[in-house]
Design a protein around this ligand. Structure first.
Ligand code: SF4
Ligand code: SF4
Length: 655
């Protein structure tokens, strides 16, 4: 005989009637979140001409994997499994409750036969049990929190909602057990059948009624309370992850200064972000969806070396401002901390670690842009680098190197329009920093040996990326537009970069200014030349530890090619933090020109590399080379860090 809904219950439909006001409270709670988020700038236009292009396979895959399946949460295996158990169990329990309603309203036969046994009995019991285990783990995790949950601040308010959910599930089991005890075994309901043996007694019928009402009322209270509690992340986090840019690393965008020409001063928009409502709606959703989990905090090179910056601290501060009336206060940077804002190396480790795909670096950079361009606030050394870039077209103030020094003694061809295939873009670092000049010299030897058609620009140049990372978008625009103009005159279409920052700038930011260059990082080209037999090298037997530059690995997912190049000249050794989980050298975001207080990031990374016991450290970025060369000095007098180009050039067969 099928199970009877509302068995032993009078006026059970009252619960259904109560569900209506409770759902109204729930919807009002969600509306409050939307009302906050909609105060940001709208960027997604459903009528936009590019929308069909944006909703491509990459977006759909991100929506499914990051948004719906929440794959990133499992990067921490135990908390990931606990979250997964809770989330998916609740989905199953919600489906079970809906089917029960459909049975009451339309007589859907869900309480008979195998469907009842495997879905309504076994399925729901298994889901309830899994939810309880997940909840117990997460509750314990909150009661004995790891450092990342409490640094720099802990989110309060989880215990009541977690406790309430636990009581809803437990009372559900008691309702089931008391019904079974007074009727018959429900095949499949393994928890209810087991518990029935313990709860049967003279008051079982009354107890059943009591638990039934308590279960129903607590479930409704949970639904109504959910959007007002921290557990609302169950709803916001998947949406945020689904809407996040699916490409790796933060997409910074460019400010189109040219479009402001026709506007009056009054209409000139704020540069960067001064107040909360200057952020886009997507950023405000980021803040609202933050779990305060601190996964970003524990991978941040600044936070981990005692700097005043914590990406969690930034996002949670912004999340708190979002819930207050200060959203129009234009001193947001002060609330976050001016010093903290300039500590960010833009390494994007935080973004990579974030389970809900929050874009911390972009928010930090937007605040930094405002400080630099509107308030003219910038740390001394960064300010000098900016001025040098403005006046001398490179940020290396105080350098004694001349623009041609790096190629002394070498015959380096200059790019000829209609004749040369690749522009070898030297960039400012390999031009003006003595140690980095060796990368350019090594690359020239490699290209010559492989017979590649290449040429350099007569005049040394910078992409403008340092200005952009330091927050001076205006200067970046100026430099980038000049470069684009010159490239156009020379008909340059193919570029080899020595620096991942230049690569990132050409492929992302110049592209937004309308270019279509084919850009190849030198490490990738080297690997291709070896793989195709164009470059003959002698194998080596040294052990080499490869440090992934953030702008190559994490931001552009170029991980294998540099490793293959390293393998060609030695035995590859990995550091504990490598690939997309690599640890920054400390030089990004303009911090190459920062006075670093306390533990130095480059020394921390150098130590990690040296601890592998490798004979040398390979890098594929001039900034990483300079930072790690300096970092190693604390531990050894030997030269340990080399660019991949140097290692390969040393093994060329023509030697
Ligand atoms: S981008 Fe890097 S340095 Fe900046 S907050 Fe994130 S992890 Fe920290
Ligand atoms: S920003 Fe992401 S990783 Fe950082 S605390 Fe918030 S949810 Fe966690």
């Amino acid at each position: 005989m099928p199970r009877v809904p509302y068995w032993n219950i009078n006026y059970g439909l009252l619960i259904d009637a109560l569900a209506i006001p409770m759902m109204a409270v729930f919807l009002y709670g969600l509306y409050r979140h939307w009302a906050r988020i909609r105060q940001g700038k709208a960027r997604i236009r459903l009528s936009g001409p590019n929308l069909p292009g944006k909703i491509g396979p990459v977006f759909v895959s991100a929506l499914f994997f990051r948004g719906i399946l929440g794959t990133r949460i499992y990067k921490k295996i135990y908390t990931g499994i606990a979250h997964g158990m809770l989330l998916w169990s609740m989905v199953v329990l919600l489906i079970g409750t809906t089917l029960t309603f459909l049975n009451v309203l339309f007589g859907l036969p869900v309480f008979s036969g195998n469907f009842n046994r495997w879905v309504m009995a076994f399925g729901l019991d298994a889901a309830g049990l899994a939810a309880l285990i997940g909840l117990a783990f997460l509750l314990l995790h909150r009661l004995i929190p790891p450092d990342r949950l409490i640094q720099p601040a802990q989110r309060l308010g989880f215990t009541p909602i977690v406790g309430l959910l636990g009581l809803v599930i437990l009372s559900g089991f008691f309702v089931e057990a008391l019904r079974i005890a007074q009727t018959r075994i429900d095949a499949g309901a393994f928890v209810g059948n087991w518990l029935a043996g313990w709860v049967n007694g003279p008051f079982a019928m009354s107890l059943h009624q009591g638990f039934w009402w308590a279960h129903g009322l607590m479930a409704l209270a949970f639904i109504a309370y959910l959007p007002f509690s921290p557990m609302v992340h169950m709803l916001l986090a998947p949406v945020n992850a689904a809407l996040a840019n699916p490409m790796p690393g933060p997409k910074m965008g460019v400010i189109d200064f040219a479009s402001f020409d026709n506007e009056t001063d009054d209409e000139m928009p704020t540069l960067g972000v001064a107040k909360l409502t200057d952020f886009t709606r997507k950023r405000l959703l980021d803040f609202d969806a933050c779990l305060w989990c601190g996964r970003c905090h524990e991978v941040c090179p600044a936070a981990q070396t005692g700097k005043p910056l914590s990406p969690k601290g930034v996002i949670t501060t912004l999340a708190q401002v979002l819930t207050t009336a200060d959203r129009q206060d234009d001193s947001l940077a002060d609330a976050v901390g001016v010093e903290a804002i300039f500590c960010c190396t833009t390494c994007a480790a935080c973004m990579e670690a974030c389970p809900v795909c929050i874009n911390q670096p972009k928010s930090i950079l937007k605040l930094r842009q405002n400080l630099v361009m509107e308030r003219s606030e910038i740390p001394d050394l960064m300010g000098k680098a900016n001025s040098s870039l403005e006046q001398r077209q490179h940020p290396f103030f105080g350098t004694s190197a001349g623009p041609r020094d790096w190629r002394k003694g070498l015959q380096v061809p200059v790019f000829e329009a209609g004749h040369t295939e690749y522009l070898l873009w030297i960039g400012c670092t390999a031009t003006y920093e003595e140690r980095a000049q060796k990368i350019a010299r090594a690359m020239v030897r490699i290209l010559e040996a492989a017979g590649v058609s290449y040429g350099i620009l007569e005049q040394a140049r910078c992409t403008g990326d340092p200005a952009k990372q330091m927050g001076n978008e205006f200067l970046f625009n100026e430099i980038a537009r000049q470069n684009i103009q010159d490239f156009e005159a020379l008909g340059i279409q193919k570029i080899i970069t020595l620096c991942p920052h230049c690569y990132n700038s050409f492929t992302r930011h110049y592209k937004m200014l309308g270019t279509t260059y084919e850009v190849i990082p030198h490490s990738v080209l080297i690997e291709t030349l070896i793989a195709t037999g164009s470059l003959q090298i002698n194998a080596g037997n040294q052990t080499i530890c490869y440090h992934d530059p953030c702008y190559l690995g994490r931001r552009n997912n170029i991980l294998d090619a540099p490793r293959q190049a390293v393998r060609a000249v030695g035995k590859l050794v990995e550091m504990p933090r490598h690939g997309r989980d690599s640890f920054c050298c400390g030089g990004g975001g303009g911090n190459y020109w920062a006075e670093e207080a306390g533990v130095r990031i480059n020394q921390t990374r150098a130590q990690e590399a040296l601890n592998t016991g490798a004979d040398c450290i390979a890098v594929a970025c001039p900034f990483c080379l300079l930072m790690l060369t300096d970092g190693c000095k604390k531990f050894t007098e030997e030269q340990k860090a080399f660019d991949i180009a140097e290692l390969i050039a040393k093994q060329l067969k023509i030697n």
